[in-house]
Design a protein around this ligand. Structure first.
Ligand code: PLP
Length: 408
């Protein structure tokens, strides 16, 4: 008899997005002439930077010629991309990395999900509530999350993010082994200052914890004082792994490219107390289970660091952040409490009149024909909020705000 990994049976179906689709489709069927606008899009919509298109086109031509054809590349990525990452994303912020610390991948979701391969399933994990679901579900799949209880998973410590703490988790007063932090945050759109991030690094160093830092949205930071990388904080190389992605930065959600930093200084213990390099383990893991991101894709990613590429990326980010500004101004006028959207493409909207997330979702859908994402779908502390994204078209964003103003 072949047996399954029964941890998978503990996972519930992805209720949130299927329920949204169900309600939106039902509304559209009953109201075929209404134009529904989605402010819930979780994907980018602007095309790739022209610099990437050109670089990828050239790379395809190279593949067409025996003299320049490339087969398997290095598992951890081509030097040209790794060096561009170090030179452009880290050195200007005072962070020195060696090429061996950068692992190019097919995106941050896979790496966030796979990193658990090199860490014991006995570790406890800490997540914010609300949270990006991948952090929890990937731990459920390997058994690290424990068993489901009325208060969530038995081995997961939930750190509530509410209006009282300005949607930023309190430093835990107990030991947690692995901490997932995502800043700029999805879904709440908030960021951490250097001082706030330093408290987490200090906690991790004092507790021998590891921070799994998801910086997928760093390119959206507008305030020059906000850290883009956790390694801007002294000591972070001893306690943090950082995940980055070209998805939200440069429209690579369909192309697939990201990278993960595993510092050489970072270690974790065996049961007998011996310290082992996580860089070594991750390298071994990737060389066995991953065969590299395509050459064409990596040339496309490298191109965002050219002067033209940088300008094009900046323009796209400004487009989205302009949407965010439009929405924030609209809510200010309407007197609806809105958070985020200043250094992130997400706005965390307080439901008015004490409505639940789903009640407000239904109200916006039926009165203004606008689709949002109920905050409660990201965790219990998201109740009473909806998430809006800035990834839509400017015209749609403007029209959505006009409709909201006219329905009140
Ligand atoms: C979109 C997103 C990512 C990036 O995922 P990719 O696999 O690189 O496309 C990572 N983390 C969060 C929180 C995200 O929202």
């Amino acid at each position: 008899m072949s047996l399954i990994n029964e941890h998978f049976l503990l996972l519930s179906n992805n209720y949130l997005f299927s329920e949204i689709a169900k309600r939106v489709n039902a509304f559209k069927a009953d109201n075929p002439h209404r134009k529904v606008i989605s402010l819930g899009i979780g994907d980018v919509t602007r095309p790739l930077p022209e610099a990437s298109i050109e670089a990828m086109t050239r790379a395809v031509r190279e593949m067409a010629d025996t003299r320049t054809f490339r087969g398997y590349g290095p598992e951890h990525g081509y030097d040209f991309l790794i060096e561009a990452v170090i030179r452009n994303d880290y050195l200007p912020r005072g962070v020195k990395l060696s090429p061996a610390e950068v692992f190019v991948s097919d995106g941050a979701k896979s790496d966030c999900g796979n990193i658990g391969d090199i860490l014991s399933t006995e570790n406890s994990i800490g997540v914010t509530d609300p949270v990006y679901p991948v952090y929890i579900d990937s731990n459920v799949m390997c058994g690290r999350a424990g068993t489901p209880t009325a208060d969530g998973w038995s081995n997961v410590i939930y750190m509530p993010c509410t209006a009282e703490n300005a949607f930023k988790p309190q430093i835990p007063n107990r030991h947690i082994d692995l901490l997932y932090l995502c800043y700029p945050n999805n879904p709440m759109g908030v960021v951490l200052s250097k001082e706030e991030l330093k408290q987490w690094v200090d906690y991790a160093l004092a507790n021998d914890s590891i921070i799994l830092f998801d910086a997928a949205y760093e390119a959206y930071i507008q305030d020059p004082a906000i850290p883009h990388s956790i390694y801007e904080i002294p000591g972070a190389k001893k306690c943090a792994i950082e995940f980055r992605s070209f998805s939200k930065t440069a429209g690579f959600t369909g192309v697939r490219c990201g990278y993960t930093i595993v510092p050489e200084e970072l270690t974790a213990a065996t049961k007998s107390g011996e310290r082992i390099s996580l860089n070594r383990l991750w390298n071994r893991r990737q060389c066995t289970k991953f065969n590299g991101t395509s050459y064409i894709t990596q040339r496309g990613a490298e191109a965002i660091y050219t002067p033209e590429g940088k300008a094009q990326v900046k323009q796209t980010i400004s487009y989205y952040m302009d949407n965010a500004r439009l929405m924030r101004e609209g809510f200010a006028k309407l007197g609806i409490e809105a958070h985020g959207g200043e250094n992130a493409p997400y706005i965390w909207l307080k439901t008015p009149q004490g409505l639940s997330s789903w009640q407000f979702f239904d109200k916006l859908l039926t009165t203004a024909n606008i689709v949002t994402t109920p905050g409660v779908g990201f965790g219990p502390s998201g109740e009473g909020y909806v998430r809006l994204t800035a990834f839509g078209r400017k015209e749609d964003c403007r029209e959505a705000m006009e409709r909201m103003c006219s329905v009140g």
